[in-house]
Design a protein. Structure first.
Length: 173
């Protein structure tokens, strides 16, 4: 079985590998942080207190924990998996037709923008932290890396009925 035509010597571009790395980093951080808020909605386990939520519509960290986990963590994990394994999702074919790229390409851009918005809202409404600029940069990377030539080359839309052979291993990048 030969490697997909979009891959050089069976490897993805540095941009695509960096994108998957940022997605995994985002997933672990968001799921971990969100789970911490869900376990202790007072924020104490995360070293926070509910007073930081005074300018938000939330009384505790339940909803921020859910949003962080379900809105920013799980999608990042799904996108990382999708970029590596390339599953077909018929319900997202409209997105592929619109962009000319595999659906996870657009999903990564959208997730990056969502993360940057999340951070800007945090900065405007709660106490600032050293982590916010770091996570804003992660969001910028998630939004920008799919736009590079390497990622666009690695993540084209497949023609209907074509099968991209699997890479040499289940997690080969």
């Amino acid at each position: 079985m030969s490697a997909p035509a979009t891959l050089k010597e069976g490897r993805r571009s540095a941009a695509t590998r960096a994108l998957v790395g940022l997605l995994v980093f985002q997933a672990l951080g968001a799921i971990g942080g969100g789970a911490t808020f869900l376990v202790d909605t007072s924020g104490g386990a995360a070293g926070l207190h509910t007073e930081v939520l005074a300018r938000t519509p939330f009384d505790d960290f339940l909803w921020p924990g859910l949003l962080l986990t379900v809105g920013l963590g799980v999608p990042a994990l799904v996108l990382a998996f999708a970029i590596v394994r390339r599953p077909q999702v018929a319900a997202l074919s409209w997105l592929e037709r619109m962009t000319g790229q595999y659906w996870a390409w657009a999903g990564s851009v959208l997730l990056g923008v969502a993360l940057m918005v999340w951070i800007v809202v945090q900065i405007l409404l709660i106490e600032s932290s050293w982590l916010q600029p770091v996570m804003f940069a992660v969001g910028a990377g998630l939004a920008a890396l799919p736009l590079t030539a390497g990622a666009r080359r690695d993540l084209p839309t497949r023609a209907p009925g074509t099968v991209v052979p699997p890479s040499s291993g289940p997690w080969t990048l």
